[in-house]
Design a protein around this ligand. Sequence first.
Ligand SMILES: [Zn+2]
Ligand SMILES: [Zn+2]
Length: 286
Amino acid sequence: MKVTLYGVRGSIPTSSGETIKYGGHTACIFVEVDNKLLVFDAGTGIRKLGNDIAKDDRDIYLFFSHYHWDHIQGFPFFKPAYQCGRNIHLLSAYLPEKNARAVLDQMVNPHFPVPGDKVQAKVRVMAMDAEGNLALGKIKITTCALNHPGGGAAYRLETEQGSFAYVTDNELYPPNEPNTTWEQWVDFLQGVDLLIHDAMYLDEEQKSTHGWGHSLISQAIRLAKDANVANLVLFHHDPDRTDEQLEGILEDCQTWVDKNNASYKLRLAKETDVYHILNSTVELNS
Ligand SMILES: [Zn+2]
Ligand SMILES: [Zn+2]
């Protein structure tokens, strides 16, 4: 399994010398496994992915965590959407089915010149089963409800090569009743080889951000320990966070990991990073 990070920034794309190292594109993760092309979220990072896979005519399975702008706004610039004979399957869970075409519905006058229902690719909404799960060939996909305004889904993939989980826009301790409790997250993520998790805010920022649907970085690193995760990647960086600040945060988090004898490998999500998972071993090629 190959996991490529095309967009790692939260909320809005950023472009400046201060954010260039970790990248400014919003959420988009590309997973190639068992001869299938899976994409998680269509943030602005999906434009480059579309260019990279334009000549690969396999079906594209596009999973959405939810439909906030930073997770859909790259789709109008996704080359495969304009290719005749291309099949694109849209998938989501825990969200009203009528919202599933949000990526196409954003393509409307006066915001975009090509209407969403006029793209050349065959775009269809594909349903998960009643429990929110799906089997795609040998890939088993399970989901869990996000704690986020408007809801959404976290995904876990089990494959012959290993396991991967994508959990973004998730507040581990929201001020209201959570859709998924800490204990349920620990169960859902138990022993996963590679976890990409929302890590947007610092403890001192909680006062103004509690209830916005994002985790404290300190909570994400604790969850990975409780769930016996092998590799944790901190994701959905705050758009105001500079590369230097991110590296300072990583250093503090690593101190916590060492002090608490957590055995996982900790990294910051960085655009263009590629993780290979084979025999449940994760290797990073940046
Ligand atoms: Zn987001
Ligand atoms: Zn969101």
